[in-house]
Write a protein that binds this ligand. Structure first.
Ligand code: B12
Ligand code: SF4
Length: 480
């Protein structure tokens, strides 16, 4: 066999600026163990479309990364590879693995396509797949063991070899994009989140134990990877980067120090796009972020309407969130405040309340941006149970995104019907000027049709929008 592990990242639902960090971690761990690896990266190199089939008779393990939004594509890739390996008579030498956020959260054992396929669900498997005998029964069809919350999840993350992208078949492209500043280098400094927000499945994907790398270990990754790849920007993709505020401040100071010592150039910028907690934020942290080159941060705000916010069970107060957003605005830190349309208990009117407050806090998009995503229900979350009691789900839609070109409403309630949710998504994002509405209409070639569609939606909702929105913003929507 030419390869021990061939993995695939399926095409994404929208273009992203970072490559698959998890597969790069796996490759690094497998290579450290002397294995031959290759990653087919459809997310960053779409064509030729069926190139995974070339590996059917050439690898001992074929691994597919599965996220909810890529589930259908992951299935199709797996099925075609299975068929091709059978055709070549190579199927009996091949183990098919599934891993990634979707299958870490739940085993899709009821999927008829998966029944004849040996596969394994593998949360954070860098160590397990190396240490355990690959012939064990976890690879037997339908009996895959859901690996328990094991010591691996609590392991010192410093032990892991740094992510290695060099065996991605998109590597030249990725490097080129890094060098030209069009892609961003992702760094995971911690994993896990102890909170239990009702819509989120991070606790199930990454576990509730927050585990972090030392700041020195992170700086070493940044400087060594910068030498190899010469990126212009890096981003922290942790779920909970600032849950320890002193450590987050140390991280910023260490980035400053690294720049002074020429570990990375002082021009390198960074960002935190994944939602900082607003309750672990103060002026000192804000200023350290800015001084060290952080040019954009995001907060998971969810809603600013108190009754809706309360039901998210975020573990902080709406006042804390508002105060932090205002602090960023005052001190010049560009921020995104991510909110969700259609959370439990919300209505169009309650979401207009959040919109109005965000217009005030951001001064209409000058100090930062509010963003609005559509609530999608992830299996295994509290939201999945709430949805059974309070609303309706379209069972045909499982792989939906929260924004982007192909978004559809897959969950709704009597108080907040489908069409109102879509109207809210397009009108609110348009008013904030954050680019999401343009992104939705991207493939519409007729610009007049876009304007007409948006106008119809604004007209349909004008009474409710005007009732909750400060008149000074009405003009932006053509309302009087
Ligand atoms: C960074 C990030 C992003 C980035 C980039 C993702 C990328 N290029 O892969 C961006 C911002 C683009 C993004 C977008 C979205 N994301 Co996101 N994202 C994350 C985040 C915060 C970190 C991912 C990461 O790097 N983790 C660290 C690495 C080490 O872990 P990993 O990738 O999961 O890989 C490990 C294991 O899963 C496993 N593994 C992975 N693949 C495979 C394959 C095999 C064969 C094996 C054996 C093992 C294995 O081994 C890896 C090493 O331990 C996670 C949360 C989280 N903690 O994971 C959410 C998360 C993955 N995202 C999520 C979601 C919902 C989205 C969006 C749909 C949101 C949206 N806006 O619509 C989009 C969809 C993007 C798309 N596919 O089109 C959900 C996934 C839910 C699900 N069930 O699939 C998560 C879990 C967050 C959440 N809210 O619950 N995301
Ligand atoms: S939304 Fe953020 S704070 Fe809440 S559970 Fe998910 S990762 Fe944790």
């Amino acid at each position: 066999m030419q390869y021990d592990f061939v993995t695939v990242d399926p095409m994404q639902v929208f273009e992203t600026t970072v490559p698959h960090n998890g597969l790069a971690y796996l490759n690094a761990a497998w290579k450290a163990d002397g294995k031959q690896v290759r990653t087919i990266d459809y997310a960053k190199r779409e064509f030729p479309k069926d190139r995974h089939l070339r590996y059917a008779g050439k690898t001992a393990h074929f691994g597919v990364s599965v996220k909810t939004v890529t589930y259908e594509r992951s299935r199709a890739i797996t099925k075609s590879l299975h068929g091709e390996a059978e055709r070549l008579g190579a199927r009996k030498y091949l183990k098919i693995l599934w891993g990634g956020a979707h299958v870490t959260d739940r085993l899709p054992t009821s999927d008829p396509m998966l029944k004849p396929l040996p596969w394994v669900n593998a949360p954070e498997p860098e160590k397990r797949l190396r240490e355990e005998n690959p012939e064990v029964d976890i690879f037997i069809a339908g009996e895959a063991e859901h690996w328990p919350d094991s010591d691996d999840r609590r392991t010192n993350l410093n032990d892991l070899p740094y992510p290695d992208y060099s065996d991605f078949d998109s590597y030249d492209h990725i490097r080129d994009m890094w060098r030209r500043g069009r892609m961003v280098y992702p760094i995971v400094t911690s994993r896990g989140c102890p909170y239990l927000c009702s819509f989120c499945e991070v606790q199930r994907v990454s576990g509730r134990a927050w585990r972090h790398r030392t700041v020195d270990n992170c700086m070493d990754e940044l400087s060594s990877k910068w030498k190899e790849n010469v990126f212009h920007q890096f981003e922290v993709v942790d779920d909970e980067f600032n849950i320890s505020l002193p450590r987050a401040k140390d991280f910023c100071s260490a980035v400053l120090d690294l720049k002074i010592k020429n570990g990375i150039p002082k021009e390198v910028q960074w960002r935190c796009p994944n939602g900082l907690r607003a309750d672990f934020y103060d002026a000192e942290f804000n200023d350290l972020l800015m001084e060290s080159g952080c040019r954009q941060i995001s907060f998971g705000v969810e809603s600013l309407e108190p009754s809706v916010f309360k039901r998210v069970m975020k573990g902080e107060t709406v006042q804390e969130v508002e105060a932090t957003l205002r602090l960023c605005g005052e001190r010049g830190m560009p921020f995104f405040a991510h909110t969700i349309i259609g959370l439990p208990g919300s209505t169009f009117e309650k979401d207009v309340f959040t919109l109005n407050l965000l217009m005030d806090i951001t001064d209409g998009g000058k100090k930062g941006f509010g963003t609005f995503s559509i609530l999608q229900v992830m299996e295994g979350t509290q939201m999945a149970q709430i949805s059974q009691r309070e609303g309706y789900r379209d069972p045909a839609i499982i792989d939906n995104a929260f924004f982007g070109e192909h978004i559809t409403v897959a969950y709704w309630t009597d108080e907040y019907p489908k069409e109102d949710r879509m109207d809210a998504f397009l009108i609110f994002n348009f008013l904030q000027g954050n680019g999401r509405t343009d992104e939705y209409y991207k493939s519409w070639t007729d610009r007049e049709a876009v304007a007409a569609d948006l106008r119809t939606r604004i007209e349909r909702q004008s009474a409710k929008v005007k009732a909750g929105l400060d008149p000074k913003w009405w003009g932006r929507l053509g309302l009087r």
